[in-house]
Design a protein. Sequence first.
Length: 260
Amino acid sequence: MALATSGALFTVTVWVTWITDPTAALRLHLLLAGAVFVTGGIQRLARVGSRRPFLVAVFAALLPVVVPALGGLSPVLFTFYGAAFQVRAEEMDVAEVWQFLASMYVLGISVALTLFFLACWGYVGPLFRHRTLRLFLPIAALTGAMALTLAWALTVLDSAGAAGDEAVRQWRSGRVPDHYYGANPQPVCVTPIGSLAELPLYGHRLNPKQVYGSFGVVGGEVTLWDPESGDAFPVPSDAVQMLSAGAGEPGAAIPPGCRS
């Protein structure tokens, strides 16, 4: 069995290296090694006779799944992505299919970390059968929960924030930002339908010749991002006319200004 498994892995490695590159083969091996590690650890945990270590492990491991689910899954990403533009998640018009994909991404990371924690607990759990080490069970659970939460924050929250910062850099370099689950801003030209002086701007200034970033219409308002000041402000959608500036596709050039 071991010989057959080794032969299969060697064949897959040669095939992946041939059609892609050694880096892809290394990622595949790490993924397979992680799957073997998690499977063995959970099997060990399932064979533990005592319920207490198992329940403690499950309670700590489910934290990265329960915590983001309390406030929704996709808004977690959009909140940290929009922070770079000073735009809240509820101010972005994101299609439901993108919200679903963002939720699945957050849930997938959370479940993967949960399984990894349970596998680690399965390997170290037998140590707590000794009466002396059993006293350190709550400390180990708390430490594991903190490490798990930190790993989730670095993987999900920091990556979303980094994507927002990168989107701002792309915009300032004159390029439309890459797609981020349908939440990336679109370059638009905004023209007031009526008098500009009567347009409610909440203390901000609207320049019809400037290209703004738009996150779509939500609740009768469109949130515009000013790349010059870095601020965002809402405008009634029925009081302005918005036209796409340039192609609007990721990587396309953003026009320097709008025609008067």
